[in-house]
Design a protein around this ligand. Structure first.
Ligand SMILES: [Zn+2]
Length: 167
């Protein structure tokens, strides 16, 4: 569906199942269509996962450096022990956001929209974004794992909208 599913709907708490390749491509392109629409409407958001549009499949997309990327059946293989903090928003939880602690770098495998199997290392913002989207496939929302006392309405302090060290 083209409306994004909000927190409280049980589909967001279910673990997804693998998609076959063709199905993954179709879902991925539909996710791109919906994310484009929402970005025009609200002006932010850099990723979207299949459960957020009612599909219980392991597919998500990202939008970084003006490029959409489709990840089919991703698995995070490695997470760094070192973590950082970031004030995360989510289209399913907006207007609420919260500080979420995540690994600074990860290694992830996935199939892309051309059918290539990839294993890549990521760090910085993209590592954070991929972990957020991957959590959607595990049925986990950012506001559920946010640091206690940090969940609040967005835009309270723009200085928090960047990566910070865990103290
Ligand atoms: Zn999200």
């Amino acid at each position: 569906m083209e409306e994004i599913i909000k927190v409280g709907n049980p589909i967001l708490t279910e673990k997804t199942v693998d998609a076959d390749f063709q199905q993954g491509v179709v879902i991925g392109h539909f996710l791109i269509k919906v994310l484009k629409k929402y970005r025009e409407k609200i002006g932010w958001a850099r990723g979207l996962a299949a459960p957020q549009i009612g599909e219980n499949k392991s597919v998500f997309i990202t939008f970084v450096d003006d490029t959409f990327h489709i990840y089919i059946n991703p698995r995070i293989l490695k997470k760094s022990v070192e973590q950082n903090l970031y004030r995360e928003g989510c289209l399913s939880c907006a207007p609420f956001c919260g500080d979420v602690k995540r690994s600074k770098s990860i290694t992830m495998e996935y199939v892309d929209e051309y059918g290539n199997f990839n294993i890549k290392e990521y760090d910085g913002f993209i590592a954070r974004l991929l972990q957020h989207e991957y959590d959607h496939l595990e049925g986990i929302l950012n506001i559920e794992i946010a640091e206690v006392g940090t969940v609040e309405e967005m835009n309270s302090d723009s200085l928090l909208e960047k990566m910070r060290d865990v103290v």
